[in-house]
Design a protein around this ligand. Structure first.
Ligand code: CA
Length: 237
């Protein structure tokens, strides 16, 4: 079994380092982030198997981050354990309401931390399993965040990845720009529909030889189709 990756979001270096050392000794792969912005960058780059999230952080609080990740379709299944110096019930409830899977009051023992991590991973295991989407020769791995076409690996930005993941999970169906905004960007954002066109263009550029799989359906929206490849000319340009 692969070593589970854990994103540790903690602004106190001594605590972060102690957690990381203990995780490493127990078969986990920790990544450290000291504040909300770097935590978001890490999450955008690769989905961890679990997040240990400190409540009190400079900038965005752990609570804000937990809410944001829970409302994003890409990150909503990643288990979160909140860490905090506060231990009273109101805070515990607020943390769980924000979507945290569990809650640990500092100071906690390594034993307790590992037990809670394992329990959360066990509970989440069915949804957390690796999903590889495959349409024709186009492959997308949700766990490693890798995309390849005809075994050539492709480089996609975070939005293009989410867009492709959605289109591949609902292939051969036509999606309007409004539907894509809703499903890929989330319904809390106010973005113009032409933003979708911009990202579709970027997605096609990133897909290279597989670009034709993303079809424009006049007056309706976009569709990802394996059939499109058989009618497209094999050479481009
Ligand atoms: Ca802190």
């Amino acid at each position: 079994m692969k070593q589970p990756s854990v994103l540790v979001v903690e602004d106190e270096p001594a605590i972060a380092e102690l957690i990381a050392v203990n995780l490493r000794h127990n078969g986990f792969r920790p990544t450290l982030a000291m504040d909300g912005d770097s935590a978001q960058r890490e999450i955008d780059a690769m989905l961890p198997d679990l997040v240990l999230l400190d409540w009190m952080l400079p900038g965005a609080s752990g609570l804000t981050l937990a809410r944001r990740w829970r409302s994003d379709p890409r990150t909503k299944a990643v288990p979160i354990i909140m860490l905090t110096a506060r231990g009273d019930e109101a805070d515990r409830v607020a943390g769980l309401d924000a979507g945290a899977d569990d809650y640990m009051a500092k100071p906690f023992s390594t034993k307790e931390m590992l037990a809670r991590i394992r329990a959360v991973l066990r509970r989440r295991a069915p949804e957390q399993s690796t999903v590889t989407l495959e349409i024709g020769q186009l492959k997308l791995d949700t766990a490693t965040h890798r995309v390849s076409y005809a075994d050539q690996s492709l480089k996609l930005g975070p939005t293009e990845f989410k867009l492709l993941q959605y289109l591949m999970s609902h292939a051969e169906r036509v999606h309007s720009r409004g539907q894509l905004l809703d499903k890929v960007w989330g319904d809390h954002v106010f973005i113009e529909e032409r933003t979708v066109d911009v990202h579709i263009k970027r997605l096609r550029e990133a897909l290279g030889d597989a670009a034709a799989m993303v079809e424009t359906v006049r007056g309706a929206g976009y569709r990802l189709s394996a059939q499109a490849m058989s009618t497209a000319s094999p050479t481009r340009g």
